[in-house]
Design a protein around this ligand. Structure first.
Ligand SMILES: Cc1cc2nc3c(=O)[nH]c(=O)nc-3n(C[C@H](O)[C@H](O)[C@H](O)COP(=O)(O)OP(=O)(O)OC[C@H]3O[C@@H](n4cnc5c(N)ncnc54)[C@H](O)[C@@H]3O)c2cc1C
Length: 262
């Protein structure tokens, strides 16, 4: 690891003031520290945001669940309020990585990193999330741009994520047996305004499967997905799964997600 200046910010204002063209925010450190250790990334200034009080906590209203960016996965998993309002979201958090990762990793770090196999990005798309930052509010649809790429500008800090409470929902993940990341994960959410089907792990970035949404809007049942063909041309093919296998996982996982929706 190369030498860097460590700063611990106590407010959003202080953190953004410390930011420069060669700095990065540190949250759970689950991705950033190994990347720096392996010299895949290096920064002059590392700004720790974990002690910023405004980035912590969970607020539930009749319409939404707002979660602070530095809230750990374990806190989302164990929150009785989230379990009641959006059970699929607490369940997703409870299955991220292992206990160590869940007790360090954070929501803000996860979506800022935008790993193509991460779980939370699919929750953001399925649950019509609004990403609150130090500068603005960004719709999830416009946030996830490409592999490890988001709409965040240099020095922009995620402060919270606002998830819309659906009528019912479920996240079905087919995990990599070693890392627990999604080889394919399908998040189905039925809102008054329509059904969202968000897929992670299958392409270079999370996306919505519009053909499935159309079928489920007409008939919200697993059988409505029979015969839907998945275009394999954009699907990942690697040592873990071929594009064809991933296509099959998308279909079977989507059916299971619909069956388990509550
Ligand atoms: C072994 C292992 C297994 C895992 N399994 C899963 C899994 O099954 N599913 C899953 O979804 N994830 C998984 N993860 C990812 C993990 O859950 C973390 O969410 C992820 O590593 C990043 O979160 P973090 O809080 O550690 O962020 P950090 O490592 O601290 O930061 C990651 C990136 O986000 C930036 N950042 C952090 N906070 C903010 C902020 N508030 N605003 C703007 N930028 C910010 C940092 O500058 C950095 O670029 C796994 C990780 C490991 C190591």
């Amino acid at each position: 690891m190369k030498a860097f200046n460590y700063h611990s910010a106590s407010s959003v204002k202080e953190a953004t003031k410390l930011a420069s063209s060669n700095s990065a925010y540190l949250s759970g450190g689950m991705t950033m520290i190994p990347s720096m250790k392996m010299r895949l990334a290096n920064y002059k200034d590392v700004i720790d945001v974990k002690k910023i009080k405004d980035l912590h906590g969970i607020k539930v209203t009749s319409k939404s669940v707002v979660i602070g960016a530095a809230t750990k996965h374990a806190d989302v998993a164990n929150s009785k309020e989230v379990q009641k309002a959006i059970p699929s979201l607490s369940s997703l958090a409870s299955r991220i990585g292992d206990a160590q990762v869940r007790n360090r990793g954070t929501l803000g770090g996860s979506i800022a990193n935008n790993d193509p196999t991460a779980c939370y990005p699919s929750a953001c798309l399925a649950l019509n999330a609004i990403i609150h930052t130090s500068d603005r509010k960004i719709e999830a649809e416009k946030f996830f741009k490409g592999m490890f790429e988001t709409a965040l500008k240099k020095g922009e800090l995620i402060t919270a994520v606002e998830f819309q409470i659906p009528e019912k929902s479920h996240y079905f993940k087919f995990p990599n047996p070693a890392s627990r990341y999604a080889m394919v994960g399908v998040y189905v959410a039925k809102h008054k305004s329509g059904v969202h089907v968000a897929i992670t792990g299958a392409q270079s970035v999370v996306y919505r499967e519009k053909n499935m949404e159309k079928a489920l809007n007409d008939n919200f049942s697993a059988s409505a997905l029979n015969g839907i063909s998945i275009d394999t041309s954009e699907l990942n093919s690697d040592i873990h799964a071929s594009a064809e296998y991933r296509a099959s996982l998308i279909l079977s996982s989507a059916k299971k997600a619909v069956e388990h929706c509550k």
